[in-house]
Design a protein around this ligand. Structure first.
Ligand code: HEC
Length: 264
């Protein structure tokens, strides 16, 4: 009994500590929710293409092999190697160890981490929010900062596509104590200025907000796939297993009834 009380006390202490630390997405507030679609091959293919074009120069995926990714994403190997692999010395069975020399920590202050498992330890919500939360900040080395990862050493490599994102302010309604909007005596809503909203300056990016978000969706989806390539299979087989247990339980119940008839 004592042990149970102790464990539950410990559990609550830890839960408290976690809550006190602030959300995982820091200044961004709640992370945007991400729901992977691992059976959407087109999305995974587009994510892989973005990754190899924009990220692989710095980040490795060293627990993945080229030919496994090509096979899982249903891209014929010849096509894959012609269009997405930019180094002709790479063989299909090689690990995706990246193209960064090992002294790259000197360039950024930190070495760009391997991203094979990033959605597993940071969370897919985190990655999806992080890649969309860069904003202009002239006090930083690269002229940008990030709401989700303040002071990140990674430059905003997708700025050309997204455009110049800034922190802006907008007028929001003041809420009354009953939860409704506060109004003045003429019935106009009372507003106050709140800042810290991300906004892309019009016409500065090659993609619209929707196109950019959808590109980051595909990219994050690909990183979720890389984090556990067998996940789609696992989830599919899981349903068969559950289905099997239901049938098996029904059969065992019938069998039990049959046996129980002999007990008296
Ligand atoms: C110019 C090199 C460079 C490029 C290109 C680059 N990154 Fe990074 N990235 C970094 C560095 C350096 C860090 C470490 C940042 C830190 O810890 O302050 C980082 C960190 C990250 C992290 C956080 C990982 C962690 O464990 O904290 C993610 C996620 C990430 N990058 C994703 C991407 C994606 C996706 C792309 C392609 C769109 C990309 N990066 C392109 C240099 C780069």
């Amino acid at each position: 009994m004592k042990r149970i009380i102790l464990t539950s006390l410990l559990f609550f202490c830890f839960a408290e500590l976690n809550a006190a630390e602030g959300g995982p997405c820091k200044d961004y507030g709640e992370c945007d929710q991400f729901k992977p679609a691992l059976n959407d091959i087109a999305s995974l293919q587009s994510g892989a293409s973005v990754f190899l074009n924009y990220c692989y120069g710095c980040h490795s995926l060293k627990f993945s092999r080229w030919n496994r990714v090509a096979a899982d994403l249903e891209i014929p190997e010849s096509l894959f190697f012609e269009n997405l692999v930019f180094d002709s010395t790479i063989k299909p069975g090689d690990l995706m160890v990246g193209s960064m020399p090992s002294d790259s920590a000197n360039w950024f202050g930190v070495e760009p981490p391997d991203l094979t498992l990033v959605t597993r330890y940071k969370g897919d919500d985190w990655v999806y929010s992080y890649l969309r939360a860069y904003y202009e900040d002239s006090s930083k080395v690269y002229g940008v900062n990030n709401l989700v990862y303040p002071g990140t050493a990674m430059p905003n490599v997708l700025e050309k596509l997204q455009g110049n994102q800034i922190l802006s302010c907008k007028d929001v309604p003041v809420l009354a104590s009953n939860g409704g909007e506060k109004r003045d005596e003429y019935g106009n809503t009372i507003t106050k200025q709140k800042c810290g909203y991300l906004k892309v300056k019009d016409g500065t990016g090659e993609l619209s907000k929707e196109e950019f978000d959808s590109m980051i969706y595909d990219l994050t989806n690909f990183l979720v796939y890389v984090g556990e390539p067998a996940r789609a299979d696992r989830e599919r087989i899981g349903w068969y297993v559950v289905f099997f247990f239901i049938i098996f339980t029904a059969l065992s119940a019938l069998l039990y009834r049959e046996y129980a008839k002999d007990y008296h």
